[in-house]
Design a protein around this ligand. Structure first.
Ligand SMILES: Nc1ncnc2c1ncn2[C@@H]1O[C@H](COP(=O)(O)OP(=O)(O)O)[C@@H](O)[C@H]1O
Ligand SMILES: [Mg+2]
Length: 351
């Protein structure tokens, strides 16, 4: 069972006596398709947790509405929203065993003891923690605690699972494993999953849909490939994949013959991976060519990143480590890999 989730024009203003209002959400409308994984992605402080807590009903919106399917749940008590939330710090009860933690929400909603046991065990098996059921949280590693938090959420068999930075406190290797585990888990149980993250790789690898937020607003919504391949703003281009952005096309080493050199008030964007050294690229119509001086060379194993200073810009190019290059070099990007944004406001320009 799963249900779509929608927020409509959610505004959240924190008012504290004696201090200025803080406008944390400025009209957030987003949609999570039933049975899919949606990531809310954005920098720390952009309002992700606040939005998730409003969806959960743990926080009240100043205005706007939350829907589960076609049901307006804006005023519905959290316990009646058919959802479960996994908190960033897991929120386990230290004095309860793992089994006690998993069963507690079931107990609160009146599930009989035998069924609680069975559901806790089934959920524990899914997350491979059945051998930990008698332990206390303090006797677990971070990764195990995280599994218990997720287990507690799925044992409730919710239609919607909300997760706040579920992987952020795990070490790098475990984080990578847990990404695929979470996706596999969601595919198996079919709940609608909304996960909050500031980690673009996590959002890219896990999601069916990404909502990119910035300063309390939605910057772009799309599938991982849409958001990556056609960023609607310079901000998204830079946040996802760290695209090169040259704010002043006329003063960034772009060769005069190149069509892009004529575009005034334009910010040019090229991903470092999509630059080639001119020596290795047969010319094609519409190429962007920039020439400059290599000011830095970072070896990353099989690749290297050259930093090429050209006019007011420093372009980063990720090229094979074995490529040979001089002190000055010319970088080439194909027309399809050159993005343009209005210098004012940063909105994508399609020509
Ligand atoms: N209860 C609160 N009172 C005042 N300001 C708050 C409160 N909760 C969050 N904020 C502010 O709202 C902004 C967004 O917070 P949050 O939703 O936690 O962002 P994120 O999860 O994206 O890091 C931050 O500037 C934070 O300081
Ligand atoms: Mg947060």
């Amino acid at each position: 069972m799963s249900t779509a989730v929608e927020t409509r024009e959610i505004v959240k203003t924190f008012r504290e006596r004696g201090s200025a209002d803080v406008n944390v959400l400025r009209g957030v409308s987003m949609h999570a398709k039933a049975g899919s994984i949606t990531s809310i992605l954005g920098e720390s402080g952009c309002g992700k947790t606040t939005l998730l807590r409003i969806i959960a009903g743990l926080e009240t919106a100043t205005s706007g509405a939350v829907f589960a399917g076609d049901r307006d749940i804006t005023a519905v008590h959290p316990s009646r929203r058919q959802l479960a939330m996994v908190f960033q710090n897991y929120g386990l009860y230290p004095a309860k065993t793992v089994a006690g933690n998993i069963e507690f929400p079931l107990k609160m909603s009146g599930v009989p003891r035998a069924e609680r046991r069975a559901r806790a065990l089934a959920a524990a098996e899914v997350l491979h923690i059945e051998h930990l059921l008698d332990r206390l949280p303090a006797q677990l590693s971070g990764g195990q605690r995280q599994r218990v938090g997720i287990c507690r959420a799925i044992a409730r068999e919710p239609e919607i699972i909300l997760m706040d930075e579920p992987l952020s406190s795990l070490d790098a290797q475990l984080r990578i494993e847990m990404r695929s585990e979470l996706v596999a888990l969601q595919r198996r149980i079919g709940s609608t999953m909304i996960t909050v993250t500031h980690d673009q790789t996590e959002a890219m690898t896990m999601s069916d849909s990404i909502v990119v937020m910035r300063g309390g607003q939605v910057e772009q919504v799309g599938s991982p490939s849409e958001v990556f391949e056609r960023p609607q703003t310079a901000y998204v281009a830079s946040f996802l994949g760290n695209m090169n952005l040259a704010a002043d096309a006329a003063n960034s080493g772009v060769e005069a013959a190149s069509m892009f050199s004529h575009h005034a008030h334009t910010t040019l964007g090229v991903r470092p991976e999509q630059f080639m050294l001119a020596e290795y690229a047969a010319p094609e119509a519409g190429d962007l060519r920039v020439s400059g001086r290599v000011v830095r060379d970072e070896l990353l194993g099989t690749d290297r990143v050259l930093h090429v200073e050209a006019g007011a810009a420093v372009w980063r190019a990720r090229i094979p480590a074995a490529a040979s290059f001089g002190e000055r070099c010319t970088l080439v990007a194909r027309r399809a890999h050159v993005h343009e944004f209005a210098s004012e406001g940063g909105v994508r320009i399609d020509r």
